[in-house]
Design a protein around this ligand. Structure first.
Ligand code: IPE
Ligand code: IPE
Ligand code: MG
Ligand code: MG
Ligand code: MG
Length: 292
């Protein structure tokens, strides 16, 4: 049983599903061109993979979570396009290619981000889920993405630039801008599988701590990695005065922080068993290894 193979299979399953979706929209033209550019460029596809694993961990076929996984990847891609805009992080490189605004101009990038939010809603609304499941997914997607989640976190991230912030403030920003979507992935996988309340709680808590670890790991990578391996510009958080754990605690303490959040994430799974749960543990550990 090779967990790396399982993860690779999940990634391929998502890539195939995305490719079919992109093909179905071929010839749409207009703003979709910029959406498709950002959506189809390489990414780790971590969020749909998490949804698939959560779905399998809840006793269903991973494929059941592909539509909602695509919707979440669309929300994630919208957040990256807008995060890269000159008014936000002002980045030129994303997923190894010019950022959306570099390629299509700022107006198109803003609108492509906007459009992807609506595409995400459409994908869920048109999926083969029951009316109740769709309502639950859309409610949680709106919660994770909006004024209590990602968009608020991005706003707080910008407002914190150049200010002195506490670890607690940073944790709140990370919870909103990053962990909310990780939680959503786990919730979504569990929900489409019809998981019981306890399983759903365990998986979403795991997602939250994994998301918290993930952002600190991303901030460490900004310091220690190269644009070649990351596919995005590095060293810019310090330049832009970003509020990060690395910035206030230093590299070593930030590593320890990420390690602790990772341990907590794995701990949340202790009541669950099976291959998909093992794969979740492996994936969580692998993400941390990138900075250790
Ligand atoms: C980048 O996310 C944004 C953060 C939340 C740090 P990913 O590192 O998952 O980006 P892709 O999808 O692999 O490009
Ligand atoms: C937040 O973090 C990303 C989003 C929630 C969109 P960063 O701004 O550090 O993400 P990268 O490093 O640009 O991918
Ligand atoms: Mg940012
Ligand atoms: Mg950024
Ligand atoms: Mg970053």
């Amino acid at each position: 049983l090779d967990l790396d193979i399982i993860l690779a299979e999940k990634r391929t399953a998502f890539q195939d599903y995305l490719a079919a979706y992109l093909t179905s929209r071929e010839g749409t033209g207009g703003i979709w061109e910029a959406c498709a550019y950002s959506l189809s460029s390489g990414g780790k596809r971590l969020r749909p993979i998490l949804a698939m694993l959560a779905c399998e961990a809840s006793g269903s076929e991973a494929a059941l979570s592909l539509p909602v996984g695509l919707a979440i990847e669309m929300i994630h891609t919208f957040s990256l396009i807008h995060d890269d805009l000159p008014a936000i992080d002002n980045d030129d490189l994303r997923r190894g290619r010019p950022t959306c605004h570099r390629q299509f101009g700022e107006a198109s990038a803003i609108l492509a981000g906007d459009a992807l939010i609506f595409s995400a809603i459409s994908v869920i609304a048109e999926a083969d889920y029951s009316a109740q499941i769709k309502a639950d997914l859309l409610r949680e997607l709106a919660r994770a993405g909006g004024v209590d989640g990602l968009v608020q976190g991005e706003h707080a991230d910008i407002m914190a630039e150049g200010r002195t912030v506490t670890p607690d403030e940073i944790r709140t920003i990370h919870r909103q801008k990053t962990a909310a979507l990780f939680e959503l992935c786990m919730y979504a996988g569990a929900r489409v599988a019809g998981a019981d309340a306890e399983t759903t709680r365990a998986l979403t808590s795991c997602g939250q701590h994994l998301g918290l670890a993930f952002q600190v790991i991303d901030d460490i990578l900004d310091v220690i990695a190269t644009p070649d391996t990351l596919g995005k510009t590095t060293g810019k958080d310090a330049r832009q005065g970003k509020a990060t754990m690395v910035g206030i605690l230093g590299l070593e303490e930030a590593r320890r922080w990420a390690q602790q959040a990772t341990d907590t994430a794995v701990d949340c799974l202790k009541g669950l068993s099976g291959t998909a749960v093992e794969a979740l543990r492996t994936l969580t550990a692998q993400l941390l290894l990138r900075v250790m």
